[in-house]
Ligand binder design. Sequence first.
Ligand code: GLN
Length: 446
Amino acid sequence: SHLLERIQQLDGHYNSFITVTGEQALEQAAAADARLAEGNAPALCGVPIAHKDIFCTHGVRTSCGSKMLDNFVPPYDATVVDNFLQAGAVSLGKTNMDEFAMGSSNESSFYGAVKNPWDIERIPGGSSGGSAAAVAAQLVPGTTATDTGGSIRQPAAMTGTTGLKPTYGRVSRWGMIAFASSLDQGGPITRTAEDAALMLSVMASPDNKDSTCLDRPSQDYTANLNDSIQGLKIGVPSEYLGEGLDTQVRERVQEALKEYEKLGAELVEINLPHSKLAVPSYYVIAPAEASANLSRFDGVRYGYRCENPADLRDLYMRSRGEGFGEEVKRRILVGSYALSAGYYDAYYNKAQQVRRLIKQDFVDAFDKVDVIMGPTAPNPAFKLGEKNADPVAMYLEDIYTIATNLAGLPGMSIPCGFARGMPVGLQIIGNYLDEARMLNVAHQFQ
Ligand code: GLN
């Protein structure tokens, strides 16, 4: 109840929550107290969390940051939500996000922009800006989030928090509203790597309701946190430290790498030669998948419906025209174009071929190194409104995070100091299913 009061007092400044479920939280907390008193408490019994408003919650509005789903109350819980319930966690509500998770600044939300708690004139990153800001403002110790092209790691970097995107398929996508199904992955945002390990241990489970979810048992990700990193080989891609990177961000990252050398790690220069192609291929593949996934919002089955439709065509057109925001419409247009007859081979197929090359770059790199490090984002948090008029400038925010999603690899962002008063994120990319090592490496730095 202390945190609920804090949210009430402070979230007017940050706008990090779309829905606060105060009553339900107090009930869950009372149940957790009872389980604690009985002495058979599960892992996160009584621990407050909040879910990104992209995860379906039984009986609690799940908007995905969109007018389209402003009235949507799911009749079921996402697997991730259910896992936290089983673990005894107490959910305080649903966090703000870019509409349908499309964006890097959390300015495209139907519920208004989220403000960065370090400077409320600046963006908190996106699309999981609410999840990151809520943790940074100490409204809640941990939140769930999703990452399709950087949406966990980039807001973590902007707000000085820790964010982890697992290997594709490690966390169930069931009940997580789909943006780009071959890239979407849920993960935690927390203050420390240790907390991220605790949350990931609950989030990651096999799930036969999601056919892409890996058939691996849950594991305890805290087990290796204190292992020595003596002899660890850290790959530093020269492509991630070049042109376009803010000089102060580069300095912070280089200082962090020096710190790792002191801890006994060895730095190895590597190349990811197809890095430049990650943003262009992502902005074909992600909109293509989005255009297919978002076709279900038609004004018929659920979600927003326009007033007095003249006929079925009018119902579709106005419901979608009025229900979706500008960025979502842009993605649907780009995606439909890339998938259309005559253009499919030139755009979609080509992007898939590039995706394969990007993946191969990482496979080759991981023959030589244990983890890869670089900046999470090219700059610290920018001012609200600064990149709104220029979609391409916004897309370049994810230049260092997108390749990881295309390859399906796990990635983390941890705080590594400040540039011009705003937090900087160090990105750690791990090999497939090597989350435990990533967390160990992050924990040793913190
Ligand atoms: N900023 C990227 C986009 O707008 C990534 C978003 C995400 O990871 N959900 O698509």
